[in-house]
Design a protein around this ligand. Sequence first.
Ligand SMILES: [Zn+2]
Length: 196
Amino acid sequence: MSEEETTEINEMIIKCPACNVDGIAKSIMKEIEIPHFGKVLETTIQCEKCGFKHSDVIALEHNDPAKYTLKISKETLSVRVVRSQSATVTIPEIGVKVEPGPKSEGYVTNVEGILTRFEGAVKKALQLFEDEQTQTNAKKTLSEIHELINGNTTATLIIDDPFGQSNIVSDDVIISEIPEDELKELKTGFSHIEDR
Ligand SMILES: [Zn+2]
């Protein structure tokens, strides 16, 4: 992960959003120039006192809702992926999906990095749920993820972003509109408060 140019543009000491202690959390803002995509702003907040850490990326240009589809294979493992906080990431063949929530993070990674994140989530499920059904399913998913990381099989990576802030930076990516009915179903990660 070295091809992009990173400029640190701002570093601040702020009040920690988690433990509320003043003057301890560090907020670092970086501008990252990603070839064939453009500039993104990465913000990381880190608190030394309570260990709180959160990061997010936003593309500096606003885009329309978009669906990005790429075939995962040995050849595409190193393809750049920008996942914004509002994006849903799915690999339908192995039944894994990450939806945005209040704690979801935006990040810049590659296809392999996405697979590694799924691996971590499945491992966590293995520890949390001890019933046989979950154990069997999780172990199967884990071995499917390993096959993909090792380049032995292929699958489809789909990123749905209602704000078009994500991207898969490859000539092989298919960018399409998100169908209206799917768009309504997508979570954005924001809490909605109904006013009535
Ligand atoms: Zn804190």
